[in-house]
Design a protein around this ligand. Structure first.
Ligand SMILES: [Zn+2]
Length: 288
């Protein structure tokens, strides 16, 4: 699943292309990916202008005039494709070979703009969604999710981080980092990288962390996510940047998917282990 830097990259790529456009049509054929009948979407969004695009955690929020918002989650295999004339912008899951045309048989929702360009939501496995809400309704939904702060916002502070850690002393640190109630946007990739940065094993219990390790974890979250955004994210099987290219942060990864390779810090061997249904990568000699 794309994590914070990948979704932020998609947002930035789309912002340049869809903000300011007016929607002229809508079609969708997978009811479970919507929160109202497709006909209701069509009626509501037709004629509306896109006034902005934002991100919260791993979700995208598209503002429409008239107080409506579209809320996207790409989940495991979702992909957004903007297509207008010769221009094509892809973000999310990579395009499968043989499905370079849009729409294709994985296209689940299509927004048409008044200038003839389109935004396609393609999703092989149909776990993603696009929901339509009024401003206030969406704000309420987001609040109900009890999401933690955005890690790159001023709300995410060291005292806040410390307090959240105190609330969950028995969590394993990786599970803690991936729990969006504590801090949003970190998934399997960046939680491994943050643990490596702080020299902490991902399976350590939160209550065993020393103060300097807490500081390093906090610092690592902000530093690594900011840098990953700069490099337009990390690409493996589930993400390409808004130009349909691999995110350049893949080359910057220190432990994730580097099992058996040399640790770039101590020259030991990167190891991996499984817990909570996920594989964690770490260096057993320099992470304690
Ligand atoms: Zn090492």
């Amino acid at each position: 699943m794309p994590e914070l830097p990948e979704v932020e990259t998609i947002k930035r790529g789309l912002a340049k292309n869809i903000v300011g456009k007016r929607i002229s049509g809508f079609a969708a054929d997978v009811p479970k990916m919507l929160n109202r009948p497709a006909a209701a979407y069509r009626k509501t969004v037709a004629g509306k202008k896109i006034t902005g695009i934002g991100r919260r955690a791993k979700m995208l929020i598209v503002d429409l005039d008239g107080g409506w918002r579209l809320w996207f989650h790409l989940k495991m295999t979702g992909q957004l494709v903007f297509s207008g004339g010769k221009k094509k912008v892809v973000g999310g899951h990579p395009i499968r070979e043989g499905f370079e045309q849009d729409p294709n048989r994985f296209t689940r929702a299509t927004f048409e703009f008044s200038d003839g360009s389109h935004l396609f939501f393609n999703d092989v496995r149909k776990f993603g969604w696009v929901r339509l809400y009024r401003d206030r309704e969406l704000a309420g939904r987001l609040e109900a999710m009890k999401l933690g702060p955005e890690p790159l916002s001023p709300e995410f502070t060291l005292p806040f981080f410390r307090k959240s850690l105190q609330r969950r002393p028995n969590n394993k640190i990786k599970a803690f980092l991936m729990d969006p109630r504590n801090v949003v946007g970190l998934g399997n990739i960046y939680s491994d990288e943050v643990c490596f940065y702080a020299r902490v094993r991902p399976d350590r219990r939160v209550k065993t962390l020393k103060d300097n390790e807490i500081k390093l974890l906090f610092q690592g979250i902000r530093k690594i996510l900011a840098e990953a955004i700069k490099y337009e994210g990390t690409s493996f099987s589930d993400y390409v940047n808004a130009l349909g290219e691999a995110g350049a942060y893949t080359k910057k990864l220190k432990v994730y998917q580097r099992y058996g390779l040399k640790c770039c810090r101590c020259r030991g061997k990167v190891s991996r282990m499984k817990f909570g249904g996920r594989t964690s990568h770490f260096c057993p000699s320099c992470q304690r």
